[in-house]
Design a protein around this ligand. Structure first.
Ligand code: AMP
Ligand code: MG
Length: 411
């Protein structure tokens, strides 16, 4: 039963992803708020961050040791006169006189290098006796001293709006003295699970019933992507109930529906969406799992109809919902990044679909290996307990041999 009149042709994975990215490029985040730095982790930056001064602001010693003139270490061991000691945080008044020929100053990591010195020799290659230090290893000019302003110049832009505020960005903001940041508001994402067989977690399932897990896995994925999940609960496979629930759900910034998008008699989701005047950008994609995935817009909001099988729901979220949600968060939409690992055991499949199969990535440094987590299809939620990635199989491959490089999606 084709619920949508004149459905668009079923795109390949890349084409479907491209369609979502094109729409994502047109959405804007909902507004801006100012938060304390510690509350900004995982949010999206709404302002540029500039260096408030040179980085480093002075010639910074990178090692504990002795500030020297490199030329004085031309013949080894060298014996130099120690003229003082410079601690991290030393001000101009704390500094010894300029380091002259055959002189050195003891210096600590993070301290300003004294005038006259052009390198720092590590303490490991020195021994001090009274006011004399003996040095057993030479240095080149500039060694172990970071020139002032070499990392960033005052006024230089260090982060652009749209950057995800990860721990790196937090370090940058802290380094330039930002105790608060302007961030984009989190979009609200409605997650409606449809299906007559579904029950809530508190309920005792009859043998024919299934616990609703998709609402919870999707809520976790939405949270991880920076959205606020809004959970209307379970909706029955009934036109009236679906209509009422969807009208409500479309008050959010993005609508996720799970279940009811396949070809069954009671897969009514698309029909109800069509009644609401939905435009459909794709109704299906050439992928496994998740082939029936639907993307469209209704009542001024984008929606995704995700197939109800739990792994299909998870995978289609990462492949298609994620870029749209990134855009609604104000974040740059990053292309999917694939790693490569050696396949441990042969994979046999059929051509035609791009497959994202639950996999287990393991192995040592320089020897990443991957194998299938061993699943019994897209409903096999238990297999996810053995998986930490997806093995991606291009549509033209029937067989991938052990030892071949396989593409891996780390999500
Ligand atoms: P559907 O997409 O509605 O045809 O459902 C496909 C399969 O996924 C069926 O076996 C459903 O029972 C199962 N399923 C649908 N929705 C959920 C859900 N929210 N949580 C767990 N399993 C579900
Ligand atoms: Mg169903």
């Amino acid at each position: 039963m084709a619920a949508v009149p004149n459905p668009p042709p079923v795109p390949t994975f890349q084409a479907a992803r491209h369609i979502v990215e094109q729409h994502a490029a047109q959405v804007r985040p909902g507004g801006v708020e100012t938060l304390e730095l510690l509350s900004c982790a995982h949010r999206v930056l709404a302002e540029p961050i500039f260096a408030d001064r040179d980085f480093p602001p002075f010639r910074r010693a990178m090692r504990d040791g002795y500030a020297v003139r490199a030329a004085d270490l031309a013949s080894l061991p060298a014996r130099l006169q120690v003229i003082g000691e410079i601690k991290a945080g030393a001000s101009q008044e704390d500094m010894p006189a300029a380091v002259g020929e055959h002189q050195a100053a003891a210096i600590m990591t993070g301290a300003p290098a004294p005038d006259g010195a052009d390198a720092v020799v590590m303490v490991e290659y020195t021994s001090q006796d009274g006011h004399t230090v003996t040095i057993t290893r030479g240095v080149a000019r500039g060694d172990n001293i970071v020139p002032a302003g070499s990392e960033a110049r005052q006024g230089q832009k260090l982060l652009e709006p749209g950057a995800r505020i990860d721990y790196r960005a937090i370090a940058i903001a802290a380094s330039v003295g930002k105790s608060q940041l302007s961030v984009f508001r989190r979009p609200r994402v409605s997650i409606a699970a449809t299906g007559d067989e579904l029950i809530e977690l508190r309920e005792q399932p009859a043998p024919c019933q299934i616990r609703n897990s998709n609402t919870y896995s999707l809520a976790a994925q939405v949270e991880a992507a920076g959205g606020v999940p809004v959970l209307p609960g379970i909706v029955r496979d009934d036109m009236g109930e679906l209509r009422a629930a969807f009208q409500n759900a479309f008050h959010s910034d993005l609508v996720l529906l799970t279940g009811g998008v396949s070809m069954g008699k009671y897969d009514l989701v698309e029909q109800v969406l069509a009644e609401l005047g939905a435009e459909f950008f794709f109704t299906g994609a050439q992928i496994q799992p998740g082939r029936p995935v639907v993307f469209g817009r209704a009542l001024g909001r984008y929606f995704f109809g995700l197939p109800g099988n739990p792994i299909s729901t998870m995978v289609t979220f990462e492949l298609f919902v994620r870029p749209m949600l990134d855009a609604l968060c104000g974040a740059r939409v990053d292309p999917l990044r694939f790693l490569h690992a050696r396949l441990k055991s042969e994979i046999k499949t059929k051509t035609g679909l791009t497959r994202f199969l639950p996999g287990l990535l393991f192995g040592e440094f320089e020897d990443a290996q991957v194998e299938l987590a061993g699943w019994h299809g897209s409903g096999d939620v238990a297999s996810m307990g053995r998986a930490n990635c997806y093995v991606v199989i291009p549509p033209d491959r029937e067989k991938i041999h052990p030892g071949e490089w396989a593409a891996v999606l780390l999500r």
